[in-house]
Ligand binder design. Structure first.
Ligand SMILES: Cc1cc2nc3c(=O)[nH]c(=O)nc-3n(C[C@H](O)[C@H](O)[C@H](O)COP(=O)(O)OP(=O)(O)OC[C@H]3O[C@@H](n4cnc5c(N)ncnc54)[C@H](O)[C@@H]3O)c2cc1C
Length: 395
């Protein structure tokens, strides 16, 4: 393999092959929503060598041929994979990205020895990662984090409650943002620290719940959990920076997944409008519905270009906050609109449980909420636009 185009083609091909074999793998464990489905998805991704793209090359991840520094994950590689996996099956996409999101704070901030112990299992799919920021009182604002780590002997004691934690019911370890100074809401940049917390540590409990689409998720409680000091991820007080650096890598890939869901919805609409006949002609012969396809196509392409721009900017190491916020906001909102139009084009079939566009409609909804809701992206963008001096640059 020589360059970016070849790597992209290779990754898209492998992701497509995984998606093509997913239905049979899920059937074998009792269906797509069965308890064994996430592990089946991980097995497929690991066998295809795709989980390696969730971990930096220097720590045992796959080579991205210089797309990003060896010590980092490539946002372009992850975005290509997420777009294609989401097109095929949302659970595949989720299981890939959670291995990255949950382990990245360890790869970036943890001791090398700990990273080398844990990350090979992430790449093999035998060690499942979870990422714990959100709490009942701390969602969009991480200043409110109340989970507290206090010094105890040579290590730490962790007490608190995290919620909406993807992979909570199945994770083998969590990377957890906790307060090591100050009080919730006091807006200190140095008050939080991240920790690696193995799932089987005494005092850690999990309570699963369900969301709108197939997604292993739940509450995680820490009740006097004893942590070794070597599980601290970076210097004390660096947790907010580490959590935000993690989100800045993975947020663009949420937009890429949105594009995959939207692309599938567009293809489903095109096929259905061509096939389905009413009033003696194909639905696609109605100009109003063609106009819909034109809008879907154009908005999707704009979203794809924004993702490509943001992913390349993050990989280059540039300050890419503006590009990332635009891509996340636009792609996830557009995907919601496209999937809604696809439901409308399918009539009653569009809301019939089990139909592909019905599942896309549900899959795509959470993307506008997690890793910085649309309103939070708008706050970021509004601030950046107001800070600009001189005329807005030409395209
Ligand atoms: C399916 C799913 C998976 C998730 N997985 C994880 C995970 O693995 N790990 C994890 O830590 N978290 C996870 N989350 C949590 C997610 O990150 C939060 O839901 C998100 O940050 C929003 O927080 P909240 O739900 O508390 O909403 P809130 O912060 O209470 O916000 C509610 C609404 O108000 C808006 N809002 C908030 N502040 C402002 C403002 N200043 N101006 C204008 N509007 C505002 C928000 O945009 C939102 O629309 C997940 C959530 C979902 C739905």
């Amino acid at each position: 393999m020589h360059g970016t185009a070849e790597l992209r083609g290779d990754l898209l091909g492998r992701a497509r092959a995984v998606a093509a074999s997913a239905a049979r793998a899920f059937d074998a464990v009792g269906g797509h929503g069965a308890a064994g489905a996430p592990a089946a998805a991980l097995g497929l991704l690991a066998d295809a060598g795709l989980l390696g793209y969730a971990v930096p090359e220097s720590l045992g991840g796959a080579s991205t041929l210089g797309l990003a520094p060896r010590q980092d994950v490539s946002v372009r590689a992850l975005s290509w994979l997420r777009d294609e996996l989401a097109y095929g099956d949302g659970l595949l996409d989720l299981m890939l990205v959670m291995q990255g999101l949950g382990s990245y704070p360890l790869a970036r901030g943890g001791e090398r020895e700990l990273a080398r112990e844990v990350l090979p299992g992430v790449v093999r799919g035998t060690s499942i990662a979870g990422y714990c920021l959100t709490e009942p009182g701390a969602g969009s604002s991480l200043d409110e984090v109340a989970t507290r780590a206090t010094r105890a002997g040579d290590g730490w004691r962790l007490d608190g409650h995290k919620t909406f934690i993807s992979n909570a019911p199945i994770a083998h370890f969590f990377t957890v943002l906790a307060r090591t100074a100050g009080e919730p809401g006091d807006r200190r940049a140095d008050a939080l620290t991240m920790f690696y917390v193995p799932r089987d540590t005494k005092g850690l409990s999990v309570e699963p719940f369900e969301v709108i689409a197939p997604h292993p998720i739940g509450e995680v409680r820490f009740d006097g959990v004893e942590l070794e000091d070597r599980w601290r991820l970076g210097p004390e007080g660096s947790g907010l920076e580490l959590a935000l650096a993690t989100l800045s890598r993975f947020r663009t890939t949420v937009a890429a997944a949105a594009n995959g869901f939207a692309r599938r919805a567009l293809d489903e609409s095109r096929a259905h409008l061509t096939r389905r006949r009413q009033f003696g002609r194909a639905l696609a012969d109605n100009q109003g519905l063609r106009f819909d396809l034109a809008e879907m196509d154009t908005r999707l392409r704009a979203a794809q270009l924004l993702v490509a721009e943001a992913a390349a900017a993050v990989d280059s190491g540039a300050d890419a906050g503006h590009q990332v916020a635009r891509a996340k906001l636009f792609a996830t909102e557009v995907a919601g609109w496209i999937c809604d139009r696809a439901v409308q084009h399918h009539g009653g079939l569009g809301v019939r449980r089990g139909h592909i566009v019905e599942s896309l409609y549900r899959e795509v909804r959470s993307l506008r909420i997690y890793e910085g809701a649309s309103e939070i992206q708008k706050l970021i963008l509004g601030k950046l636009v107001l800070a600009q001096s001189g005329p807005t640059p030409a395209g």
